[in-house]
Design a protein around this ligand. Sequence first.
Ligand SMILES: Nc1ncnc2c1ncn2[C@@H]1O[C@H](COP(=O)(O)OP(=O)(O)O)[C@@H](O)[C@H]1O
Ligand SMILES: [Mg+2]
Length: 304
Amino acid sequence: MSIVEKAVEKLKTLQPEPPVSPLVDVEEPAHPASTIERLSGRARTVDQSAETTPLWHVDQGALERAGLLPTGDEANDRLADELRRVKRPLMDNAIGKGAKVLAHAERIVVTSALPGEGKTFTAVNLALSLARELDFEVLLVDGDIPKCHITRALGLDGQPGLMDVLVDERRQPAEVIVRTDVPNLLVVPVGKRHPLTAELFSSLRMEQVLEELGGRHLRRLVVFDSSPLLATSESQVLASHMGQVVMVVAASQTGQHAVHSALQSLNGSPYVGLILNMSCLPASENYYYSYYGLYPRGRLAGEA
Ligand SMILES: Nc1ncnc2c1ncn2[C@@H]1O[C@H](COP(=O)(O)OP(=O)(O)O)[C@@H](O)[C@H]1O
Ligand SMILES: [Mg+2]
């Protein structure tokens, strides 16, 4: 059973009628107080408008066709297991249980040196995996403005998104959040593309928007997909706003020099974890993609 199928199964147990169309009105069940809230003694932020917002149907078939979900039970189970190891340190950092306390640890960007290394695949599956955690909700932001792979795969082209709230300061960032029928998964599409993306990403408005999207919500993790670090300047700017960077490295594909340059461009990021993706290892007679958890920053680059 795939990650989305499992999430939809979970949804079915929480609500009597499953969603049948792209936009469906479903009342979200009240969540019990999270562990973080119980431990911290702080009240959960409740978005009143959430009660009445229609839910966007996440079409598993469309995601599979877009190459953003693994196909087959074996690949699925393996990925789910690997993502558990990948997400643990990210969650620990987000709640301040990591090795050091990180500013804006709730902001996580998935990036890589070059195109085709698995950024979008990782961002989507990581977000789905995090959404299954009881103590978090996940906001998946399509931060790859030129390609907008997530936006297209979810059928959200033409919807207002990140770029619209960056361009127009009168717009509330919450307006462009799409609530989905996958429990605990929210999405922000790209919106109307703009030629000055890097400038918009480095603006004060960007910091304001990020604060509204993540910082004010106690149990929310914000996962950004992004464009490649060595192909666009905007992804480096985007990463500079993040508390945590997940850098995907395609095994046997990305040269060491490219990985070094990409890591150098992340200089100043408080936490960088590496994922070795698409590693072909023999599994009985087949070969399969593989993730290997997060490595400490600098290990691949040969730093101390
Ligand atoms: N771990 C993985 N398992 C299976 N397919 C993967 C994996 N990582 C990437 N892919 C596939 O590789 C291709 C490129 O991935 P994508 O996430 O679009 O790369 P990027 O966003 O870095 O350009 C896609 O077809 C995707 O389905
Ligand atoms: Mg991509």
